[in-house]
Design a protein around this ligand. Sequence first.
Ligand SMILES: [Ca+2]
Length: 359
Amino acid sequence: MTGNRQREGRFRRIAPLVIGAIVLGACAWCAAQPPSPGAGAAGAGTTTAPTSQQDVVAGTSVSPVPELNPQAVLWETAEPPSNPQAGDVWIDPQSTMQMVYVAAGEFVLGTNNAQFEAWLQAYPGYDLSLFANERPQCRMRLGAYWMGRTEVTNAQYQVFVKATGHRPPNYWQAGNPPPALINHPVVGVKWEDARAYCEWAGGRLPTELEWEKAARGTEGRIYPWGNRWDCRRCRCFEALVGRPYFTMAEHKKAYGAWSKRHDALLEGPAPVGSHPGDVSPYGCFDMAGNVQEWCGDWHEIKAYERYARGDLTPAASGTQRSVRGGSWLLSDPGHFRCTTRYKGVPFGRGTFVGFRCVR
Ligand SMILES: [Ca+2]
C-alpha cells in the first residue's frame, strides 16, 4: 500500500477524467427549489483515464479538475487506504470517483446569532427566513469518511448505466450523454437514481452533516473558501450574467431573459472542478455552486435543534429529501452558504440538482 502512496509535490493531472454527459430535466425550477429570495430550490503520475470509462464514453476530454493540494497524497489502491490524512485523495477504481478524506473529529455546524447580525449589516433588510432552520450553532463530532471530490459526472454515471441498465437521464440520447457534457455533473436524476448510483459505487449519499463538514471544514466557514462572498469563485448566475445581486423578482426576470438566449443544459452547469476557487478546506470542489446536491436524509425542519441535543438519529420518514449547496441558476449570496438547507421532492429531476457520494 505504501508503494502506492506518493507525495504530491508537483502538478499531476488526474487522468482525463472522462466523465460523462448531460442532463436535461424537464423543469429547471422544480424539485429542490430553495426558499426565497432567490430561485428554486490524480496524482501518482497517472495520466490515462480508467479503461472502464474510455470504453463507454464516445469522445474523451481532459478533466479540468485542479491539481491536488501540495500536502495531499493520491491513493490508487483497490480499497480505501487505512492510514490517510485529511485532504488525501483516493481514486475508486470501479467508479473512478475521486474521494477526499475527511478525518474524524469535531466541526462547527449551523449559524449563530452573531453571524445573523453580521449578515444583516452586510445585506440590510435581508429576509432571514432562509436561515431559520440552521440554528442553533453547535459543535458536533463525526467519524471519518471519504467524500466525493467533485459532483458525479455524466461520464461516471454512464459507466453505472452501462453496467446496470439503470434508466439514463432524459437529456441523454440513445443511452449516451451529449459528448460536450461528459465532464459536467449529471443532473436530471431523482433521489433514488442518486442513491442507486452511490450503492453501485460501494458508497452512499452523504448525510447533510457530512456534507456540511466537508464543505466548510472544522471552524465554521460561511463559504467553502472562507467568509466573504465572491461570485467569481463559483458557478453561479451572478457570474453568468455579471450582476451582483437579485431579489426574487429581479432574479426571475433576469433568468427568463437569459434562458431565451442560452441553452440551460449546455451553458448552465460547468465541468466539475472547473472553478478552482470553489474549494473546501478538505479539497472538495463546487460545494458552493454549479449544481445542488442530493443528500441521504429526509428533510427535517428542526433537525439542527436535535443535533444540538446530541441526537444524530436520522428522521425515519418524510416527504422531501435534503439538498445542499447552491447552483448555477442562483444569485443570492445567502444561497451559497455551507449551512443553507434545501429540500426536494424525491421524484424531482431538476436540471440544477446532481449529487456526490460518500463512503
Ligand atoms: Ca455543487
